[in-house]
Ligand binder design. Structure first.
Ligand code: F0G
Length: 451
């Protein structure tokens, strides 16, 4: 039953295989490209096996009122869109998903936009969007009887994997680039009991080491090359459409690192359209940090047809990735949807992050590239003021508190990086002042700063 419901299709050569036949590194044995999950039943010519759009919408909404553990997950609530497990007792959930879609009131006013929202995936159990993909892929690992799971990570994947593995009673191995991830994320991996190895290399180097290990040992790979991760990560697309009464925004703006998340969300919208849940898909644009911008460069040089890896450098450590695995899938989503890919500077990221903070939401720096990118898209007319926009915020502000504190203390950016943005930055900075422990001193300080 399991194999009739879903199978894997190579994005490069189109080869179709049974899910259980994939190699440990999830690369196609014909061409080396990545797989995507597909659901053959959905393609039946007479439409008899296709899930009914109206019935799905009703069922998914009903489940929101249910107390069943799987219904309370914003991922498993949409299980008709996921690879079916043989036994749902294998599903490992922390009640992820169901994240808020917040209107951004001040930012929309400043940009002159009528409808601007943030889908805050940082409001997931471990504080990032990775939970939505981890619940689906780690459940697969459990069903297949693996005792160990592993990932290479810039921090968030490892935090999510470690938490879900702990819930499932499984062991987890984390490879992270030494000194290049935010402390909050490293702390999570330790707290949830992962075996954490800091390697003297970058993220791309960690991926290489882990790919060798999973080929030799019975360890299940949970990086985003694992197609089952993307199935969970597409569910925020369903939530966005549901929250907008099954219409979609004109634009969805997503940060780009290893480029799996943009691919997953694009797949979610594509599948909803195929099944008649929505009538069009939003333009999906991917924003990278200028110091880690292989896809943005690829769009300038070859319209996204080929990619040259770069040596990545950005303080938005989550997206410090120079050789993104899912670039071909992301390029397809951008082309299909009519979106674009561009990059933003360190100062633009820092300013955007402080503006998201000032809305009472906050995010980690990698998420703020979305707002920095939106400003450019509005300025050059690619986003019109009458259009609706959703920014996908991928991580919680507490993930990288050092970055935030450095920004507000004025120690984050080099003068060269901040040049031209000094007054904008000064207006957003809220340093913590040392004040005498008397009411008079506090009131005096209040008066001084409001002058
Ligand atoms: N935003 C955050 C907060 C992330 O942690 C990541 C990726 C991205 C954006 C980019 O998503 O890779 O799918 O394009 N973090 C990974 C990790 C690589 O290991 O946690 P992507």
């Amino acid at each position: 039953m399991y194999e009739q419901v879903h199978q894997l299709r190579c994005c490069g050569c189109g080869a179709q295989i049974k899910a259980l036949d994939s190699k440990p590194d999830f690369r196609c044995s014909e061409c080396g490209d990545l797989y995507e999950v597909e659901y053959p039943g959905w393609k039946s010519k007479d439409g008899t096996e296709r899930p009914n759009a109206g019935a799905l919408k009703w069922l998914w909404r009903e489940r929101r009122a249910s107390n069943e553990p799987l219904d309370r997950s914003g991922v498993w609530r949409f299980r008709e869109f996921l690879p079916i497990l043989e036994d749902f007792n294998n599903a490992v959930t922390l009640f992820e998903g169901n994240t808020p879609l917040y209107p951004l009131l001040r930012i929309s006013k400043a940009l002159g936009l009528e409808q601007l929202f943030a889908k805050h995936q940082g409001m997931n159990p471990t504080g990032s969007f990775k939970d939505t993909g981890m619940t689906s892929a780690l459940s697969m690992a459990r069903e297949r009887g693996f005792k160990w799971v592993a990932c290479a990570s810039t921090g968030n994947t490892s935090a999510a994997m470690a938490a879900y593995a702990a819930r499932a009673g499984m062991r987890s191995l984390v490879l992270i680039p030494q000194g290049k991830i935010a402390w909050g994320k490293l702390a999570q991996a330790m707290d949830y009991g992962a075996v954490t190895c800091q390697l003297a290399t970058d993220f791309d180097g960690c991926v290489k080491v882990l790919t060798r290990i999973v080929k030799e040992e019975p360890i299940y790979l949970l990086n985003s090359v694992n197609p089952f991760r993307l199935e969970g990560q597409k569910t925020p697309a369903l939530e966005i459409a549901e929250a907008m009464e099954w219409s979609v925004p004109d634009h969805l703006i997503v940060p780009g690192g290893n480029l799996a998340n943009s691919s997953a969300l694009g797949k979610g919208f594509r599948e909803m359209k195929e099944l008649g849940l929505i009538t069009r898909i939003p333009k999906i644009s991917v924003i990278q940090a200028a110091g880690a911008n292989p896809l943005a460069r690829s769009f300038v040089e070859s319209d996204g047809k080929s990619i040259t890896p770069v040596e990545a450098k950005t303080r938005a450590t989550a997206i410090r990735i120079g050789n993104p695995a899912s670039w071909r899938k992301a390029a397809r989503v951008i082309h299909e949807s009519g979106g674009c890919c561009l990059d933003v500077t360190e100062a633009e990221i820092a300013i955007a992050k402080a503006e998201i903070g000032a809305e009472g939401l906050g995010s980690e720096p990698a998420s703020a590239v979305t707002l920095a990118g939106l400003k450019k898209l509005v300025a050059d007319g690619r986003v019109k003021k009458s259009e609706s926009v959703v920014l996908l915020l991928t991580g919680h502000t507490l993930k990288d508190a050092d970055y935030t504190i450095d920004f507000h203390r004025g120690t984050l950016l080099e003068p060269d990086e901040a040049r031209g943005h000094e007054s904008e930055i000064a207006k957003l900075q809220h340093n913590a002042h040392v004040v005498d422990a008397t009411p008079e001193a506090v009131l005096k300080h209040l008066k001084e700063i409001s002058e």
